[in-house]
Design a protein around this ligand. Structure first.
Ligand SMILES: [Zn+2]
Length: 192
């Protein structure tokens, strides 16, 4: 039986690299994959998942209004799909996470979602909230803080390198950067 997977982490844990490797493993066996990424993330140009170690693959974009079940069902009718892979899945809506459960349950296609668990204020993203609730399988992709402990928090920093406490959950085109840290260092650095 197909399953819905949620691979979650903080920033820079290699989510895109892991996604691309999984997609490649399917293709190597002659199976078809469909890769999605959020329309919000245009770091690498439109419709592409790229990893920091230099590999990339074309991707379809999802935005707030995308009906993922319909899109996937239509493509599946044209050409059998064996795996759906979704990058930046924290940006999915509740409705879209439900649609992905339908892809698994009605179309019997595995869906692998990769994304952040929490934002820079340590709050769950909408997509991550419902994936944590509804996925069949949860897997944490680990990265480490500068102190060596597991980093499961994300700090947003301004151009001066100071932690930012307020702002939109999703910031487009800013000069801010992000740092993955452990909980202890998150609390020390964000005394908001
Ligand atoms: Zn630390």
């Amino acid at each position: 039986m197909a399953k819905l997977y949620f691979y979650y982490s903080s920033m820079n844990a290699g989510k895109s690299t892991t996604l691309l490797q999984s997609s490649y493993n399917y293709q190597e066996r002659g199976m078809n994959t469909l890769v999605y990424t959020a329309a919000i993330d245009d770091r690498y140009g439109i419709g592409k998942v790229a990893s920091r170690i230099g590999i990339s693959q074309e991707a379809q974009l999802f935005h707030e209004k995308s009906d993922l079940f319909n899109e996937i069902q239509q493509q599946h009718q044209n050409q059998a799909l064996h795996c759906i892979l979704i990058d930046e899945c924290q940006f999915l809506t509740k409705t879209q996470v439900y649609q992905l459960t339908e892809v698994v349950d009605k179309l019997n296609i595995p869906v692998l979602c990769y994304g952040l668990r929490t934002d820079f204020q340590a709050e769950l993203f909408e997509g991550s909230r419902y994936l944590l609730a509804w996925a069949d399988q949860l897997e944490e992709l680990k990265t480490i803080c500068y102190c060596g402990k597991k980093a499961n928090f994300v700090i947003r920093m301004n151009e001066k390198g100071e932690a930012v406490c307020d702002g939109e959950q999703i910031q487009i085109g800013g000069n801010d950067t992000y740092l993955s840290v452990c909980r202890q260092h998150y609390k020390e650095k964000t005394k908001c």
